[in-house]
Design a protein around this ligand. Structure first.
Ligand SMILES: Cc1cc2nc3c(=O)[nH]c(=O)nc-3n(C[C@H](O)[C@H](O)[C@H](O)COP(=O)(O)OP(=O)(O)OC[C@H]3O[C@@H](n4cnc5c(N)ncnc54)[C@H](O)[C@@H]3O)c2cc1C
Length: 397
C-alpha cells in the first residue's frame, strides 16, 4: 500500500493506527504450545478496516486523473466484431438512471460475490472454472476497549487458531486509537454465536482462558457482528484459453480465502501493484494484457491459496478436492510441521515463519539455516517442554 500510495502508512499512524512487533507484543497458542516470544522483525499493523479504506480512498482521489462515479455495475458490454471483439465498458445504475460507461479496460474488483463471470458467460465468453474448498468457518467479532490492568502479563494481544480436535479459536488484536478487536472463529460449522451468552460460551471453549480473562475486564464498544463468507474460492481466469480483451479481475473477485491467515488484502494489493507495472509496460496495447496479467496473478496466488486450503483440509468436515501430494510436497509439509513445533522454542524460526506467511515467501522456510535447525531438532527427538495454556512464555532475551 505504501508503494502504491506513498505516505499511506504515515497518514494512518497520524490517524491513530499502530505498527508493532508481533512476536514481542503477542502471545500465540499453537497445538504444540506457545510460539516463542521476543524482539523481532515481524511487524503487525493495528488498524480498523474502515480507517484503512478511508485513508486509501482519500489518497486515490487526490490524483488529478482519477474521477469517482457512484453507482452499481449492472452488466458488462461488448464492442467490436470477430477477432476485435472485447469488453468495452459496463452498464451503471445510479440514483437517477442507468447508463453505459465506456472503458478501454474494465477491472472487476467486486469482491467474492462478483457477478462478472455470469455476465461474461451471458455475452458468450467462457465462464472461468472455479475451485471451492469450504472449511465452514464462522466469525463473530466486536471492538473493545481493553484497560491496561486487564492484561495478566506483558503481552498485548492473544491468538489461538483452531486445530483438528479443537474447532474453536480466537484473536484479540490491536486496532487504531486504543481499540482492540476480539474475533472468535469456529471451524467445521462450529459457528460462534452472535448473542452475548453464546459469545461468552464459545470464548470459554477456546484452548486458552486468556480471551475470557481479558474480555471480562474490558469494555465492549460495538455489538457482535458475524460472518460465514469464508469459503476458499479461486476463479481460474488464467485457465481460460482466450480471455476477453478489455477485462480482468483482481482481489476477492479472483480468489477469496478463509480469512484466518489475513491474506485477502495483501492479495488485492499485490494484484494492484502487478497491474500498475504491466500497464506501465504495455504501450497502450491492452488486447493481450488480460491473458498475461491472469497468468502472472495466478502464480502469485498459489502460495496464499495453498496456505488457506492446506489449513482447512486438516479438518475432516471440509469439502472440496483433496490434492494428492507429490513426494516433494509431502516432504515440504513435514518440514513445515517440524518448523511449527520448533517455533515454540526458537525465536528465529518463529520470526521467519511469521514473515514468510505474511509475505507469501515460502522459500524463506527452506534456507540452509532453517533446514539445519530442523535437522538438529529432529535428531534430538523433537522434544518440547510442557506448556500452560493460561501462561504465555517470557520474552526470549
Ligand atoms: C470475516 C472476514 C474477516 C476478514 N479478515 C481479514 C483480515 O484480517 N485481513 C485480510 O487481509 N483480509 C481479511 N478478510 C478478507 C478481505 O476482507 C478481502 O480479501 C478483501 O476485502 C478483498 O478486497 P476486494 O476489494 O477484492 O473486495 P471487497 O472488499 O469485498 O470489495 C468489493 C466491493 O465491491 C462492491 N461491489 C460489489 N458488487 C458491485 C457492483 N455490482 N457494482 C458496484 N460495486 C460493487 C462491494 O460493495 C464492495 O465495496 C476478511 C474477510 C472476512 C469475510
Amino acid at each position: 500500500m505504501e508503494e502504491l500510495l506513498p505516505g499511506f502508512v504515515e497518514r494512518t499512524l497520524d490517524c491513530g493506527a499502530e505498527l508493532f512487533d508481533v512476536l514481542a507484543l503477542g502471545a500465540s497458542l499453537t497445538p504444540h504450545g506457545w510460539r516463542a516470544r521476543g524482539k523481532s522483525r515481524a511487524e503487525g499493523f493495528g488498524i480498523r478496516r474502515s480507517l484503512l479504506e478511508e485513508v486509501m480512498r482519500t489518497r486515490v482521489l487526490a490524483h488529478d486523473n482519477v474521477t469517482f462515479v457512484q453507482g452499481q455495475a449492472m452488466d458488462l458490454v461488448d464492442v467490436g466484431e470477430g477477432a476485435e471483439r472485447r469488453i468495452g465498458g459496463a452498464m451503471v445504475r445510479d440514483a437517477e438512471r442507468t447508463y453505459r460507461l465506456d472503458a478501454d479496460l474494465v477491472v472487476d474488483a467486486a469482491g467474492r460475490g462478483s457477478p462478472a463471470p455470469r455476465w461474461l458467460e451471458k455475452l458468450g465468453f467462457p465462464y472461468p472454472e472455479d475451485d471451492v474448498v469450504n472449511g465452514f468457518v464462522g466469525y463473530a467479532s466486536r471492538w473493545l476497549k481493553v484497560p491496561e490492568r486487564a492484561w495478566p502479563g506483558d503481552f498485548r494481544f492473544v491468538s489461538q487458531m483452531p486445530w483438528p480436535g479443537q474447532t474453536k479459536g480466537a484473536t484479540l488484536y490491536p486496532q487504531d486509537n486504543g481499540l482492540h478487536i476480539l474475533t472468535l472463529y469456529g471451524q467445521s460449522k462450529d459457528f460462534p454465536a452472535g448473542d452475548e451468552a453464546g459469545w461468552v460460551a464459545f470464548m470459554r471453549g477456546c484452548a486458552t482462558p486468556l480471551f475470557y480473562e481479558v474480555w471480562s475486564r474490558s469494555e465492549p464498544v460495538t455489538e457482535i457482528r458475524t460472518s460465514r463468507s469464508t469459503a476458499n474460492r479461486w476463479r481460474h481466469y488464467s485457465r481460460v484459453p482466450e480471455p476477453p480483451a478489455g477485462f480482468l479481475a483482481v482481489g476477492d473477485a479472483v480468489a477469496s480465502f478463509n480469512p484466518i491467515f489475513g491474506q485477502g488484502v495483501t492479495c488485492a494489493v499485490l494484484a494492484g501493484r502487478l497491474l500498475r507495472t504491466m500497464l506501465q509496460d504495455t504501450d497502450d496495447n491492452l488486447c493481450d494484457l488480460p491473458r498475461r496479467f491472469n497468468t502472472r496473478l495466478a502464480e502469485m496466488l498459489v502460495e496464499p491459496w495453498q496456505t488457506a486450503v492446506g489449513f482447512d483440509l486438516n479438518f475432516p468436515a471440509t469439502t472440496g478436492t483433496r490434492p494428492v501430494l507429490t513426494e516433494e510436497e509431502t516432504r515440504q509439509r513435514e518440514h513445515k510441521s517440524l518448523l511449527a513445533r520448533l517455533s515454540t522454542i526458537d525465536l528465529e524460526v518463529a520470526e521467519t515463519m511469521h514473515i514468510a506467511e505474511q509475505m507469501f515467501e515460502p522459500e524463506a522456510l527452506s534456507t540452509p539455516d532453517m533446514t539445519q535447525r530442523v535437522k538438529a531438532f529432529a535428531a534430538a527427538g523433537c522434544h518440547l517442554p510442557a506448556w500452560d495454556p493460561a501462561r504465555p512464555p517470557a520474552l526470549v532475551a
